[in-house]
Design a protein around this ligand. Structure first.
Ligand code: URA
Length: 217
């Protein structure tokens, strides 16, 4: 029998590459300014995306090279779309699209109703063919999981069959909530921090990632 612990471990992929860990350490420093934080967010997202796309299907093709005919491989299968969750998810878009420039981008805006903590969608604009695409939802942080769960539910209702979630940092609370709500969705991140505090911040985390990306503080 598969234990709950094994299910969680199968659903979360922590990219522990030294470059990712180094960049996240710089991001954690409260003295890191807007320009550097924004660059680090983008670079870290790109490196995590490299791992998140490791299982893309490939097909063999035959081409004529300078040294004769060769069989070689290219990516096949569904095309990709990235869906940043507004606002902090926007900070990851340059990094992930630097790897896959032809990907389409959908946007979704969700806020949590104070008091009830219900997810409220206030904006959504998706490519027309979103249901035919592999979708990677991106956000800076997986904190309570409320926004990610709601965004993925929305995408499933639009007919999307294959969804991954990519963030810079997660915490156990968000990871467990997302995997419980959407066990078919794999999470890719640079780390799972200790906990979530009473204000909804990941500890030690990055602070308010949206404010640090956009300089709104
Ligand atoms: N969103 C953030 O920006 N930071 C957190 O720690 C949690 C949610």
């Amino acid at each position: 029998m598969v234990t709950q612990e094994e299910k969680i471990m199968a659903g979360i992929h922590v990219v522990d590459h030294p470059l990712v860990q180094h960049k996240i350490s710089l991001m954690r420093d409260k003295m890191t300014g807007v320009k550097e934080f924004r660059e680090l967010t983008s670079e870290t997202a790109m490196l995590i995306c490299y791992e998140a796309t490791r299982d893309l299907p490939m097909k063999e093709i035959t081409i004529e090279t300078h040294q004769g005919i060769a069989k070689t491989k290219v990516i096949s299968g569904r095309k990709l779309a990235f869906v940043p969750i507004l606002r902090a998810g926007l900070g990851l878009v340059d990094g992930v699209t630097s790897l896959i420039p032809a990907a389409k981008i959908g946007h979704i805006g969700i806020f949590c109703e104070p008091g009830t903590h219900d997810a409220v969608k206030y904006y959504s604009k998706m490519p027309d063919d979103i249901a035919e695409r592999e979708v990677i939802v991106v956000d800076a942080m997986l904190a309570t999981g409320t926004s990610a769960i709601a965004a993925i539910k929305d995408l499933k209702e639009m007919g999307v069959k294959s969804i991954k979630f990519l963030c810079i940092l997660a915490c156990p609370e968000g990871r467990d909530a997302l995997l419980a709500a959407h066990p078919d969705v794999d999470i890719y991140c640079g780390g799972v921090d200790e906990s979530l505090n009473e204000k909804g911040y990941i500890v030690p985390g990055l602070g308010d990632a949206g404010d640090r990306i956009f300089g709104t503080k």
